[in-house]
Write a protein that binds this ligand. Structure first.
Ligand SMILES: *Cc1c(COP(=O)(O)O)cnc(C)c1O
Length: 434
């Protein structure tokens, strides 16, 4: 399998090169040259297969011969060694809980897969690889946890001081070993700007082998397909589901879409957005215009210019009508998000996190808009993080304190270790060169 750049101005590369580079030299995103079609044999038998086996069979054509089958199978086993339950919330709504991994968010899947692939490739790379990531919370903790102890790879995480939740900060700053947390005296945008500048600094890149670990990297993006298969394994209805995905940078939904293009039965996709509604507006107007990101209570989706939209367009051959037929999108305000958390807790005794709540409200709107009406169709939404990661917002909406999960209690006894730096590129550069 070869990958081309969505800007079509870089040479095609294999899975190994695309993973190590992250982004193509022409600043496009890598995209598979052909989307593999799942065989009828796989589609009629995957419901009986193990999670690792499904992951292995789905990802194998994308990886090609860059990793041996034995090693790839082990990477898959490691990636998905926790639960992905589909939980019935009400008569026609189910929640695909993606928060049972080590850092309580779906990003664990992509981060675990990518870290093992990069660790594997770094064995035949003469230089040490440095992963640089800016985070508003979830990405950094998943990446830090995924890469902990991976040989040949150092990880530097930039996070905005005072702007991540307590549990997120502990997850970021208490690991040690090959993980360093830089606490930046600024905003998430400052962190992202500093990282972007580092990738463009020729002098710095001559000294260090830098790569990124966000969803532009195919090794983080593609494994996010796995849990759509696990959802279908647990889906009881005759008709395929409507699948609703809370979306920010659109990596998660694009993974679901590529699985569907490969043959996974899904009736329709709903892209759930907060007030950052670039895609919602695109579907209603045909115009794609990036915006300034605005801050919301579902802050992992506060993205004004979603990177993966170029992949979405490419997947559908830039055909607006085809995209509209297969995907709908809604934009949910903070007020509606809080009201949804509160209502779903009261009516069904189910606690949503703010991102899951945006998805729940969007799915309601979609089902209400269909001619068949609310009663006969059913759908599932992705619950992308554990509510405890956003306990302030959730507790305010439900009025009930959230119990700190058992698996996280050890964090409370650990010592935070971070390096405080100014929100200036020079500060990052001198840290890296020291
Ligand atoms: C990152 C994140 C999202 C958005 O996912 P994208 O792939 O960027 O669209 C949604 N919910 C949570 C909890 C996240 O951490």
């Amino acid at each position: 399998m070869l990958y081309h750049s969505t800007n079509n101005n870089s040479e095609k590369v294999n899975f190994r090169e695309a993973t190590i580079r992250g982004q193509a030299p022409d600043k496009g995103l890598y995209f598979p040259d052909t989307i593999p079609a799942l065989s009828n044999q796989f589609l009629s038998s995957f419901k009986q297969k193990s999670k690792s086996q499904i992951a292995f069979e789905v990802i194998r054509p994308y990886v090609g011969d860059t990793i041996t089958e034995l090693d790839l199978f082990q990477i898959c086993e490691h990636t998905v060694n926790f639960d992905f339950p589909l939980v019935k919330v009400s008569d026609n709504f189910s929640s695909l809980e993606l928060f049972h991994g080590p850092t309580l968010a779906f990003k664990d899947v992509g981060a675990r897969f990518m870290s093992r692939c990069l660790g594997h490739f770094s064995k035949s790379n003469s230089r040490k690889i440095t992963v640089l990531v800016a985070t508003s919370g979830d990405t950094g903790s998943a990446v830090a946890n995924g890469f902990l102890g991976v040989e040949g790879v150092d990880v530097i995480i930039l996070y905005p001081a005072g702007k991540v939740s307590k549990i997120q900060e502990l997850q970021l700053t208490t690991l040690g070993q090959n993980i360093t947390a830089l606490e930046v005296q600024g905003t998430f945008d400052d962190c992202q700007q500093m990282v972007k500048q580092a990738f463009m600094d020729a002098e710095l890149n001559a000294k260090h082998f830098l790569t990124s670990a966000n969803s532009i990297n195919i090794a983080r993006w593609l494994p996010q397909q796995f849990y759509y298969f696990y959802a279908l394994q647990q889906w009881q209805n005759e008709e395929p589901p409507i699948v609703c995905v809370p979306s920010g940078n659109f990596g998660n939904i694009c993974a679901g879409l590529i699985a569907a293009v490969s043959g996974l039965p899904v009736k329709h996709f709903v892209a759930a957005c907060n007030s950052n509604d670039v895609f919602t507006k695109y579907l209603s107007s045909g115009q794609l215009n990036s915006q300034q990101a605005v801050a919301t209570i579902s802050n992992a989706m506060d993205v004004g210019n979603p990177s993966n939209l170029v992949r979405l367009l490419e997947m559908f051959g830039n055909d607006y009508q085809r995209i509209k037929n297969f995907i709908s999108s809604y934009s949910i305000s903070d007020e509606e998000t809080s009201a949804t958390i509160s209502r779903v807790y009261k009516d069904y005794n189910y606690t949503l996190d703010p991102h899951g709540a945006v998805a729940y409200a969007s799915l309601e709107k979609y089902l209400a808009s269909t001619p068949k009406g609310f009663q006969t169709l059913s759908g599932l939404f992705l619950e992308t993080a554990h509510p405890v990661k956003f306990s302030d917002v959730v507790e305010r909406a439900t009025g009930v304190p959230i119990e700190f999960p058992e698996s996280m209690k050890h964090l409370l006894h650990l010592q935070k270790k971070s390096v405080l730096i100014e929100a200036k590129y020079e500060a990052l550069k001198s840290f890296l060169n020291a």
